[in-house]
Design a protein around this ligand. Structure first.
Ligand code: CDT
Length: 312
C-alpha cells in the first residue's frame, strides 16, 4: 500500500538585518507558489525564517531585541503568507521568534508552527535544545546566544494527524539529539518538519567546522532511519551579515537516504513524493519497537541535568 504526500523544502538565502518582514514574506510566497506549481501539498520553511539570525549578536536594547519577535501569528506582515496558503490549499511549517507577554513578564521562544491548507494554525512547537551560550564569548566574531534570548520549549515533541499522516516538528539543534526523533518515533511519527540556521564556523575548531555539512546530514539521516520516518530539513543558507551558513536542505526517507537536496545556498525549492507507508516496513521489521526495544535492560538512566559519570 502507498500513501503519497508531495512535500517541498523552501530553502532561503540570507535575510539581511534591515530586510523588512514584508520582503521576507514576499520571498516565501514566491517559494510557496513554486512548491505548489510543482505539486507540493506541504512546504517547509527554515528556522527564524522571517528575520536575520539575530542570536549572532549581543543585543542589550530590549526594544531592538523585541523587534525580531512576533507577538501575534498571523500578524499584519505575516498574514499574506496565511492567505496564500489558503488560496493555494497548501500547508506550511514556519519557524519564527515568539514573544509572549504575561502581565509585565516577557517569555521568548524559538518556535515553529504548522499551518494547514485552510490557513489555520494546527500545531505549535517550541525549540527544546537551545545551543550556544547566555553570555558573549570572548574572541568570537559571531556569538551564538540562543540561551540568552530564548527559554527552553515547554510543549514537548507532540505528533498529530495532518496531510494524511502523523506529523511532528523540531528546530535546528534538536536534529543532533537522538531524543528528538525517538520521542516522536515512539509516538509513531511518519514525517518530521525541521528548519535550521547553521553557521559554518560554530564550534571554534577548524577541523570540526570542516565537517559541518557531514554532521548535518549524518544527524538527519540517522534520525530518520532509526525512527522510520521522513524528515524534511530546510536551511537558511548563504552568507548572512558576514556569517557563512550551511545550506544543504534535504528530504530524507525512512531508509535514511537523501531523496532530494538543494544545490544552491539561496532561495530554492526542492520537492519529493513521500510514501508515508514506507516507514511501516522499518517499523514492522528491524525497528519494531515493541518487539526489539529493551528499555528495562538499558540500566540506570541519569536524567539529572549536569550529571556526570563518577571519576574513574
Ligand atoms: N540554530 C541552531 O540551532 N544552530 C546550531 C549551530 C550552532 S551550535 C552553537 C545547530 O545545531 O545547527
Amino acid at each position: 500500500m502507498s500513501r503519497y504526500l508531495d512535500v517541498a523544502a523552501a530553502q532561503m538565502g540570507p535575510v539581511a538585518r534591515d530586510e523588512p518582514r514584508s520582503s521576507a514574506v514576499r520571498r516565501m510566497i514566491t517559494l510557496m507558489r513554486e512548491a505548489r506549481a510543482r505539486g507540493a501539498d506541504l512546504v517547509v520553511y527554515p528556522e527564524l525564517a522571517l528575520t536575520t539570525f539575530f542570536p549572532r549578536w549581543v543585543i542589550d536594547d530590549e526594544s531592538e531585541l523585541d523587534a525580531f519577535f512576533e507577538t501575534e501569528m498571523p500578524g499584519r506582515e505575516t498574514a499574506p503568507l496565511f492567505e496564500e496558503s489558503a488560496r493555494l490549499g497548501i500547508s506550511f511549517y514556519l519557524g519564527y521568534a515568539e514573544l509572549v507577554r504575561e502581565g509585565s513578564e516577557k517569555r521568548r521562544f524559538n518556535t515553529s508552527i504548522f499551518v494547514d491548507g485552510t490557513g489555520t494554525i494546527a500545531a505549535k512547537y517550541r525549540k527544546v535544545h537551545l545551543p550556544g551560550h547566555d553570555e558573549p564569548q570572548a574572541g568570537r566574531t559571531f556569538q551564538h546566544l540562543e540561551k540568552r534570548y530564548f527559554r527552553t520549549g515547554d510543549l514537548g515533541f507532540p505528533v498529530w494527524h495532518a496531510c494524511g499522516g502523523l506529523m511532528g516538528m523540531c528546530l535546528c539543534n534538536d536534529r543532533r539529539w537522538p531524543e528528538t526523533y525517538r520521542v516522536m518515533g515512539l509516538q509513531g511519527v511518519e514525517l518530521i518538519m525541521l528548519g535550521y540556521n547553521t553557521p559554518v564556523h560554530h564550534t571554534g575548531y577548524e577541523a570540526v567546522d570542516a565537517l559541518a555539512g557531514f554532521h548535518n546530514h549524518l544527524s538527519v539521516q540517522a534520525g530518520a532511519y532509526q525512527n522510520a520516518t521522513w524528515v524534511v530539513a530546510t536551511a537558511k543558507g548563504g552568507t548572512e551579515e558576514g556569517s557563512e551558513m550551511i545550506a544543504q536542505s534535504a528530504i530524507v526517507a525512512p531508509s535514511g537516504e537523501i531523496v532530494a537536496m538543494a544545490s544552491t545556498r539561496g532561495d530554492e525549492v526542492i520537492t519529493a513524493r513521500c510514501d508515508l507507508d514506507l516507514g511501516r516496513f522499518y517499523r514492522e521489521t528491524i525497528f519494531d519497537f515493541e518487539r526489539h526495544r529493551e528499555p528495562s535492560a538499558y540500566g540506570l538512566i541519569v536524567e539529572r541535568k549536569g550529571a556526570r559519570p563518577p571519576d574513574a
